[in-house]
Design a protein around this ligand. Structure first.
Ligand code: ARG
Length: 569
């Protein structure tokens, strides 16, 4: 149940007005509090404490209210009835959205022939949790892995392979696609091609020009370049799939990126031309996306570069056109690095001005940077920018050390799940928009606001339930302790948390909720014995019921975060 919503609706109904309701963290004085009397008294020129007394009397008539009392200058504290809590604290269920939407989510967006970098970590983790959250509350989503499989890097890589193996037939304009070619790309080496080529292109103008020429011809359908491209594309797609698995994120609904979008460029260009939106500037074709009230610089949107090639900009606009056609979404949401904010502002304007898709239905969630302890973008020990795998590997090493220190022995699969949880939970915990410092040691601690702590709590609940399998006594209501009440009330707050995580595009609310839930679970576990012989049968059955509901709630939160719970820890 959505406790907050339920209680506030009932109170508003009873009092015939909308009151401001708070649920304090410390529930010693009440489970909810309102300053309604103080607000009303001010408006009506009455004594707030007197008015609060009248309101408290009315609230006491509500069937879920155990007590309503006046405090201080006119606050009202409301305490819920135990049996109301007991009855309504149930395992979370999929929610039916009041206004279900179709939402296209653009995240992941990996690049062909470029190993995944640290930035891809956040888009994957946050995008995936947002996707799961949207589905959970009843929206229809389509996840788009908008692969970088068309632009400048393709030209650079083909040019690089041409340098390494000029004898290969791919570079001829008369390439025959039916002729078998005896050439396999080395998977590990492939990752070095792009950095090497882009370095060379900066130093060597001829090579740069060659790569650009190749890119333009490639986009025009050069058969040889295309055959070579298909080879490294296959390797990259396999690598992306491995990453999706390693990160335990949902498979994408569409692995369609720039190349797919490029098919729609002609359609889009017709629209733009009909609206007179394209003009020439320094040999390139651009779109003016400035507005009269702009105060910040707003450069034109690049439709075609000076060599006539498609661009990141043009394929992104074509992708919007494609999505509108395929999914007809109510919203398109992009998850990328904050540094792409200007690009998306331009894209949204171009889509809106051309009538392809309205500005207000598009959103860019820009995330901050993952830094090292020096506050600069995280680097590996050898001083290179960290890749996505480096981050996971570092976390795995840290988990392994901790486990060894504690004298436990855990299998590799368990270690990997813990490391993944450490990285993902820590990422989700932070406001997406902010930078954070990546410290493998602290995120892998089994205590505190960490992924391992969350998993550890889940493992503990599972093991209690496993031992209690034979328990048959039907749970019935009983006198709840403060720890039990606090836990159950937190459970009743799950639905509201998930909805507000979605509404505010704030997946950190889910991570923080999970942590608070675990804290309450562990306090309950510590203070409320379950399987001990001196525990009364009714209490035992009741507490097992609480464990079950807590476990299901935590498991649902864990699932939204895409973590895997090991069988032991
Ligand atoms: N491939 C790009 C990168 O790695 C991100 C693409 C984001 N999505 C988009 N529709 N532009 O930085």
């Amino acid at each position: 149940m959505n406790l907050y919503k339920y209680v506030s609706e009932k109170i508003n109904e009873k009092l015939g007005m909308t009151v401001n309701l708070e649920s304090p963290r410390n529930r010693e004085f009440g489970d909810f509090a309102t300053n309604a009397a103080m607000v009303m008294a001010k408006n009506a020129g009455k004594n707030p404490r007197e008015l609060a007394g009248d309101i408290a009397n009315q609230l006491r008539e509500l069937d879920f209210v155990a007590d309503a009392s006046v405090a201080g200058p006119g606050f009202i504290n409301i305490k819920l009835r135990n049996n109301f809590i007991w009855k309504n604290a149930t395992a979370p269920k999929q929610i039916a959205a009041q206004k279900p939407m179709v939402i296209d989510l653009d995240y992941g967006a990996y690049n062909v022939a470029k190993s995944l970098h640290i930035g891809h970590l956040r888009t994957s983790i946050v995008g995936d949790t947002f996707n799961r959250t949207a589905k959970f509350i009843g929206h229809k989503t389509f996840s788009w892995n908008h692969i970088g499989d068309w632009g400048k890097p393709m030209g650079l890589i083909i040019a690089w392979i041409e340098r390494l193996h000029p004898e290969l037939p791919y570079f001829s304009d008369n390439f025959d696609p039916n002729m078998p070619v005896d050439y396999e790309i080395d998977t590990v080496e492939l990752n070095t091609y792009y950095p090497s080529a882009s370095k060379l292109a900066k130093e060597d103008a001829d090579f740069q020009a060659r790569a650009q020429e190749i890119k333009a011809k490639f986009q025009d359908g050069h058969a040889g370049y295309f055959a070579l491209y298909e080879k490294f594309l296959a390797i990259s797609l396999a690598a992306m799939n491995n990453t999706v698995k390693r990160l335990n994120i949902l498979p994408f609904d569409y692995d369609l990126g720039e190349r797919n979008a490029a098919q729609y460029l002609d359609d889009v260009e017709k629209i733009l031309r009909a609206k007179n939106m394209i003009y020439e500037s320094d040999g390139a074709l651009v779109i003016n996306v400035r507005r009269d009230d702009d105060t910040a610089p707003m450069p034109p949107y690049m439709w075609r570069d000076s060599r006539g090639a498609d661009t990141y900009d043009s394929t992104d606009l074509a992708a919007v056109f494609c999505r509108k056609k395929k999914d007809n979404p109510d919203k398109i949401i992009y998850f990328t690095d904050l540094r792409q904010s200007l690009h998306f502002e331009q894209l949204f304007r171009a889509a809106d001005m051309s009538g392809i898709y309205p500005y207000e239905k598009m959103e860019h969630i820009g995330y901050g940077t993952i830094n090292g302890s020096d506050g600069k973008p995280f680097k590996t020990r050898d001083g290179n920018a960290a890749g996505l795998d480096d981050i996971l590997d570092l976390a795995t090493v840290a988990v392994r050390e901790r486990v060894a220190e504690s004298g436990k022995s855990l299998d590799d699969e368990t270690i990997n799940s813990i490391a993944l949880a450490a990285v993902k939970f820590n990422d989700l915990l932070h406001d997406v928009r902010s930078d954070y410092i990546f410290d493998p040691k602290s995120i892998t601690s089994f205590e505190g606001r960490t992924g391992p702590y969350i998993l550890y709590t889940a493992v503990r609940l599972n093991s209690i339930l496993k031992k209690a399998d034979a328990q048959t006594t039907e749970p019935a209501t009983y006198e709840l302790t403060a720890d039990e009440r606090n836990l159950l009330i937190q459970i009743m707050d799950f639905e509201r948390t998930v909805i507000s995580a979605f509404d505010n595009r704030a997946t950190d609310l889910i991570a923080n909720y999970a942590y608070d839930l675990c804290q309450l679970i562990n306090t309950f576990y510590h203070n409320c014995p379950i399987m001990r012989d001196d525990v009364d049968e009714t209490v035992k059955a009741g507490r097992l019921h609480i464990v079950r509901v807590a476990r299901d709630t935590l498991a649902t939160a864990i699932d939204l975060m895409g973590l895997k719970v090991p069988s032991e820890m």
